[in-house]
Design a binder for this molecule. Structure first.
Ligand code: SF4
Ligand code: SF4
Ligand code: SF4
Length: 178
């Protein structure tokens, strides 16, 4: 069932970080916020998406976020909008959040897509020591190289996905942050 008012959407959104809190609130008829709102990361959705179960209640699949994304990383699927960083990187412009009419996307998380690069054993830096394309292209300087190893990923990675396109042999795969 989709919420039928912005007020309800906002109240639901305030509970987005806690599944337990969410269900307790639903059982109470969504009359009050009982948890402090916290940022969540829902990597498969556009930037700023609330937790998946709540997202499915709030998103009306209008497609406005898909249209607004200047990077073309969002597409509408049968289950709603998804982010695909194999198409391009996310530049954190927050245009998708700005146009969302239902609070399915919100400003609690605007700094992390939730994706992280992993490196295959075919990485040329590991095999031959003759490549640092992804290291050079990372806008956060979140990658460093050691001799005879794949790049080391640091905590300041924001999951933008730029490194994916940097690797000309396809040795990088993005996975959801754990
Ligand atoms: S923040 Fe910008 S680039 Fe990233 S998904 Fe949203 S609209 Fe697209
Ligand atoms: S703009 Fe919001 S409500 Fe519309 S499809 Fe995107 S996430 Fe769903
Ligand atoms: S996802 Fe972005 S921030 Fe993270 S390592 Fe790749 S280029 Fe750097």
């Amino acid at each position: 069932m989709k919420p039928d008012s912005i007020e309800l959407a906002i109240e639901l959104n305030e509970m987005n970080s806690s599944r337990r809190g969410f269900f307790r609130a639903v059982s109470r008829g969504v009359t009050q916020s009982i948890e402090e709102p916290q940022a969540v990361i829902n990597a498969s959705r556009p930037l700023g998406a609330v937790e998946e179960e709540l997202f499915n209640r709030l998103c009306n699949q209008c497609g406005d976020c898909v249209t607004a994304c200047p990077q073309g990383v969002l597409s509408m699927q049968a289950n709603g909008p998804i982010m695909d960083l194999s198409l391009n990187h996310c530049n954190f412009c927050t245009e998708c959040i700005a146009v969302c009419p239902t609070q399915a996307l919100n400003m609690l998380n605007t700094t992390d897509t939730g994706w992280r690069p992993t490196f295959s054993q075919s990485c040329n830096a590991r095999l031959f020591g003759n490549c640092q394309e992804c290291v050079d292209d990372c806008p956060k300087q979140a990658l460093t190289l050691l001799d005879n190893d794949t790049p080391t990923l640091h905590d300041n990675c924001n999951g933008c996905g730029e490194c994916l396109a940097s690797c000309y042999i396809g040795a990088i795969t993005l996975v959801e942050k754990r």
